[in-house]
Ligand binder design. Structure first.
Ligand code: SAM
Length: 180
């Protein structure tokens, strides 16, 4: 089984320095099959960026700005979500991925800088994508791929203006008008 709903929450951001990283966390969450991302409103223009991407390439991935991670995580937990915190200190993904795949709804927590200690306690799973430091972008991508086993790449992003036809060489893009 593959989880039904996957949401991502990003805790913190190093202002300015992390702008591109935040954008890439959003793009990876969307492209790798999550439904939405919750994050603090550090760069409000991210919503415009996402809107343009959804308008062009389809799908209805959404961003919700939050003030404080704690009530969000508590509420999600009460509503049956399992909290998966990505941390280099966590259990090995290879050992735990089969348990994660059995869960119905997941809230994936990624950090930016040092995350509060409490998150390790709130989490149902603290998961290490390897136990070396790297990045929230790579760890999120790998986790999403492991739990969906590549099926996220078969998902249709409906409603966009353009669609890519995968080709061996060059670029083939079909405009929506010609598809309908
Ligand atoms: N020193 C920070 C700490 O102690 O959390 C590391 C911050 S790292 C730049 C940002 C985020 O990337 C982390 O909060 C975590 O979510 C993710 N991350 C980095 N390496 C990871 C790993 N090996 N496994 C899982 N997540 C990782």
């Amino acid at each position: 089984m593959i989880p039904m709903v996957i949401e991502v929450v990003r805790i913190g951001q190093r202002v300015v320095r992390d702008d591109r990283v935040t954008t890439h966390v959003v793009l990876v969450a969307r492209a790798f099959g999550a439904n939405s991302i919750l994050m603090t409103e550090v760069n409000p223009e991210i919503k415009d960026t996402l809107k343009k991407i959804n308008d062009t390439w389809g799908g209805n991935f959404s961003i919700k700005f939050i003030e404080n991670w704690k009530p969000i995580i508590k509420t999600k937990k009460e509503n049956g979500f399992k909290i998966v915190h990505l941390t280099m200190y966590g259990e090995k993904i290879n050992d735990i991925q089969s348990d994660l795949k059995k869960e119905e709804n997941l809230l994936i927590v990624v950090g930016a800088e040092k995350v509060p200690r409490e998150i390790y306690e709130f989490a149902d799973y603290n998961v290490g994508i390897g136990n070396q430091p790297h990045s929230e972008i790579s760890s999120l991508a790998i986790l999403l791929d492991r739990i969906q086993m590549g099926s996220q790449f078969n998902k249709e992003f409906s409603g966009g203006k353009r669609k890519i036809i995968p080709t061996k060489k060059g670029k083939t893009v079909v405009m929506k008008e010609t598809r309908d």
